[in-house]
Design a protein. Structure first.
Lengths: 116, 113
């Protein structure tokens, strides 16, 4: 079974631009979560999508948004990029169902975004 | 709110020596606990998890961890490390109510020849 894939793997953008990152979950997984990883802040939860609905959201500004399609693929968008948005963005998929307390997450390799 | 502390940001150890990576959490409710490993330029891989039951949990690659509720700790151990264990290790917690995981800052394990 193919793992979680993220595209692109590397991206360089300029301040003020916007960017869209893509995540394809493991086949059959309906939940996709996004995380931002930086040396200073570590791993921080951005949001989770389940069956095309945002189910949970971390403490990030509205410039960070996401969506999930009917095939469970997910995209996240960052508008008006700032230097501090430079990070590794990780996507994780899981078999989570409504009401389950625990579900194992499988992480993709990440997209490394550099903002100049 | 939950939080996770990993006191050691870097741990150098010689090959075949034992290692312990420390993790403490704060939560007022029952939690699930996890250790993940991240190799360079890769995503996170689950090493082991504690959901309930036995407090000693065994994971992949010879790692184990012990849940100590009174000390709110979940330290990771390996009796004999290999060069290939060089990576960053993250402790994470999830409670029964929240949907998201809270990760610690990570510990970089460097295994020296």
């Amino acid at each position: 079974k193919a793992g979680v894939t993220q595209t692109p793997r590397y991206l360089i953008k300029t301040r003020g631009q916007q960017v869209t990152l893509s995540c394809s979950p493991i086949s059959g997984h309906r939940s996709v979560s996004w995380y931002q990883q930086t040396p200073g802040q570590g791993l921080q939860f951005l949001f989770e999508y389940f069956s095309e609905t945002q189910r949970n959201k971390g403490n990030f500004p509205g410039r960070f948004s996401g969506r999930q399609f009917s095939n469970s693929r997910s995209e996240m968008n960052v508008s008006t990029l700032e230097l501090g948005d430079s990070a590794l963005y990780l996507c994780a998929s899981s078999l989570a169902f409504e009401g389950t307390l625990y579900y194992e997450q499988y992480f993709g390799p990440g997209t490394r975004l550099t903002v100049t | 709110a939950q939080s996770v502390t990993q006191l050691d940001s870097q741990v150098p150890v010689f090959e075949e020596a034992p290692v312990e990576l420390r993790c403490n959490y704060s939560s007022s409710v029952s939690v699930y606990l996890f250790w993940y490993v991240q190799y360079p330029n890769q995503g996170l891989q689950l090493l082991l998890k504690y959901l309930s039951g036995s407090t000693l949990v065994k994971g992949i690659n010879g790692f184990e961890a012990e849940f100590n509720k009174s000390q709110t700790s979940f330290h990771l151990r390996k009796p004999s490390v290999h060069i290939s264990d060089t990576a960053e290790y993250f402790c994470a917690v999830k409670d029964n109510y929240g949907q998201n995981f809270v990760f610690g800052p990570g510990t970089r394990l460097s295994v020296l020849p």
